[in-house]
Design a protein around this ligand. Sequence first.
Ligand SMILES: [Cu+2]
Length: 571
Amino acid sequence: MTTYHRRFTRLSIALALLSAAALAGLTAGGVHAASAKQPAKPRPAGIVPAPSEAVQQQHRRLTVAAIASARPGGYIPGSTVGRDVQHLRYRYGPFEIGPGQNPNLIDPGLPAPAGAGFITRFEPNLELADGTVPAANQLHLHHAVWLVNGNPVWFADAEKSVFAPPAGYGWPTAPTDRWILNHMLHNLYPTHARAYLTWDVDFVPAASPTGRKLHGIGTLWSDVRGGENYPVFDIPFRPKGSGRYTYPTGLRGTAARRYPDGMNSIEVPVNGTLVLAVGHLHPGGLWNSLRLTRGGRTTEIHRGAVRYYDPAGPVSWDMAMGVTRPGWKVAVRRGDTLTITATYDSRHAAWYESMGLMVVGIAPGDRTGIDPFSPNLDRRTRLTHGRLAENRGSGGAPTTLPIASTLPNGRAFRPGDGRSVSISDFFYFPGDLSRPAARNPPVVPAGAPLRFVNKDARLGIPHTITACRTPCSAAAGHGYPLANGPIPFDSGQLAFGLPQLTAFANRSDWQTPATLPPGTYNYFCRVHPFMRGSFRVRPSTTAEIKSAARASGFGGRPESRASNTNASTAP
Ligand SMILES: [Cu+2]
């Protein structure tokens, strides 16, 4: 609740300033070149860490160019048109992304657009030095958030939504605005990548005939994990359930009790009109819902459904968000509550570190909106863009990787022997399916965990051990493998980083649950999905079961956390 209130206060002040400025007629303030073809599994000659972030920032440059036409992909156009509209492309970088890295970073002090005016369309993208757009299965625009004067205004992600309010509205900008960029670019392979963030902007000078008639809007940032810097959550795999899981309303038990009251709600700070809602979901996401509550009555004012182009279904970035149409105008009052939920597929896989947020544009003081409870409110949506070539590589093509269950037993691991599977240079050892000399699954007795240690963590490279359904041997992409092991397990990202800013587990080791029944288990790294491994659980002998029971001090199974380190010394 504390974060919620702090956030709300900051937003209120920004909007109050915007409102006053707008009413006074002022404009200051404001609220992968890779082909889509599956690459052969590349291996690094040696891992070269990227230059340090501090060094990188000194060398980043912002360039601005006028553009003649929009990119291919059928992005929705801006609604404010005419000769006063300037089409500008901002290109910022380069960003050096080391092998396999996905750092979450902040670049302070982006120069603001020159001159006072309005931004009436915002289209983000990622490109390489030659201007081509990298394939999302190789270099992934994980996220970017543009903050203006401390407030998040636009975001970008691999689904690349466009922010285009109806004709006559725009975000006011002034040269004194402070722009900050928060970004995470994710290199899925052990290569070095250099890329630029771009944002195509429709800009209307405030002093132009069109600019003098524009209404200023501000962003109400709506998030199911409102107030968090890295607002992510997990969706469980429930192959036999309804197939849908809504966050946070689907939470049960301890998870529901831990969810902060009102975290997914914001209060509307001023009377005005909502003119835009652009949601964001990850693969597996089905729709975002925005509800308005006033005086005990609640109505859904926007549902942004995802269209999946991927023939495999709701599993990848090969998709487009449904966003509001220009006719969507909702009259809101100060004190109304906006509540967001995110509905995900739960039948195909578990979804880790998912997101559910929405940029809602509000025009303070504007009275042209329709009553939110009216059946006349235009709730239809449009897709923010067509199918994107760079998002086609969701994976799943056949490969020559072996079927783990047919491989002979690999090295035998015993509880307390101090050995573990190491992850080094993007290989699991032993048990990596791509390495013929060491690919046979290591074997542990039932009841004993198998320990993994990520040695790449010292280079800032996270890895996971995530269950996937056998054979888990097809080509990697952003939609393959899926976290769909029949007995789910996931290590979290084994690496170290700032807890508020990353999803890193802040440890480099993990062990499998001691409760796994005998069988062969496939797993992959969800950060680098080309990485595949397996291990085998064999039935325990009677002697091992007795020994484990003695070690735990009870008659039951040994504790999974304690058993491999202190089993021999436990009372
Ligand atoms: Cu990895």
